[in-house]
Ligand binder design. Structure first.
Ligand code: DAH
Length: 344
């Protein structure tokens, strides 16, 4: 290497450097250009300097001075560009907006049907009722036989009931818990049995093949229909409001005699008639009745000594009429946007 060549390489680097430095539009690009030019490992300036030792001794002084001048010029140009980029960024403001609201933290809520169950259970707890549970896969004797269903009752039909083999069924109601409880505990009995039940129904806006029920049962000596009426009317006033009116209509269930259905004056229209109550002014809330003597006997109790009353309600129906929900299926969708509206 001769001095002339060394100097011409330095000059070429210096003149090529300045457009490259001004072309850097970001601090990242600037860093890349700086490393390419004056980087200690692989910088182009360093590569030229490595040839300094190949020059004749008397040429090195001039070469070194010139190289130093180029280095200072490169560093000044780089620093100027860096300052420009930093100033532009400062003017633009931070890319993170500290005034942006934080994302809401999602918290689980109680399902609207569970909410109804909790509230109903709470009201009956005040009256001395405790909770009893039974299996969802139930023996057909508990589901039908012990509850006085006649052998040819259509509810036992394969088309209405989900059988698990010949004797086991997915319980079609929570009433079998009545018999299981009476077999296990001597009267006085006051229980509430919430739980899921299954029917071979289509999944449509008003039906689901699985839904919740709440069963109630009272058995003791001297229990009468007056207790049934008074207790259920009290429940309706506690649940729907102090001025809520109720009415009992005669009905039929194999496991109660007499049987009734309880209606509550429609809370949406106040009894004037609306879409929720189908213009009748009343909403059906539950089925009830005096426990049939055959049920008491099936559970091993003396029906001459003991009497009782029972009811069954569907909390999903209550949730639907309370919130004006048009399609029962939203209760099963697990759509957080729907469910989180019901948080307590
Ligand atoms: N088990 C009935 C059903 O699923 C509801 C019912 C009606 C339960 C009257 C009762 C009752 O305890 O007394 O349709």
């Amino acid at each position: 290497m001769i001095l002339a060549e060394f100097l011409s390489q330095l000059a070429a680097l210096e003149s090529a450097a300045s457009p490259r430095i001004t072309a850097a539009e970001s601090l990242d690009a600037w860093t890349e250009v700086r490393n390419a030019l004056v980087g200690r490992q692989a910088g182009e300036f360093t590569a030229i300097m490595n040839a300094l030792g190949e020059l004749a001794k008397e040429e090195r002084r001039e070469a070194g001075q010139r190289a130093n001048g180029v280095k200072v010029a490169l560093e000044e140009a780089l620093e100027t560009r860096r300052a420009q980029l930093a100033a532009a960024m400062a003017e633009q403001g931070p890319t993170l907006d500290p005034t942006m609201p934080a994302r809401d933290r999602w918290r689980g809520t109680v399902h609207p049907v569970s909410l109804v169950i909790d509230e109903v259970v709470e009201i009956f707890r005040e009256l001395g009722f405790t909770i009893a549970l039974g299996p969802e896969a139930e023996h057909s004797w508990y589901n039908f036989g012990a509850l006085n269903f006649p052998a040819d009752h259509p509810a036992m039909d394969m088309h209405d009931t989900l059988y698990l083999g010949s004797e086991q069924v997915l319980r079609t109601h929570t009433s079998p818990v009545q018999v299981r409880t009476l077999q296990q505990y001597p009267p006085p009995v006051r229980i509430l049995a919430p739980g899921n039940v299954y029917r071979r129904d289509f999944f449509d806006p008003s039906h689901a093949p699985m839904f919740a029920q709440i069963e109630g049962l009272v058995v003791d000596e001297g229990v009468s229909f007056a207790d049934l009426k008074a207790t259920l009317s009290h429940f309706a006033r506690r649940y729907f409001g102090a001025h809520t009116r109720t009415r009992f209509r005669p009905s039929y269930f194999p496991f109660t005699e007499p049987s009734a259905e309880m209606d509550v004056q429609c809370g949406v229209c106040g009894g004037n008639g609306c879409g929720v109550c189908k213009q009748s002014g009343w909403v059906e809330i539950l089925g009830a009745g005096m426990v049939h003597p055959a049920v008491l006997e099936a559970a091993g109790l003396d029906s001459e000594k003991y009497t009782g009353w029972a009811f069954g309600m569907g909390p999903a129906r209550t949730a639907i009429s309370r919130h004006g929900i048009p399609d029962i299926r939203v209760l099963y969708d697990s759509d957080v946007r729907f469910l989180e509206q019901f948080g307590r």
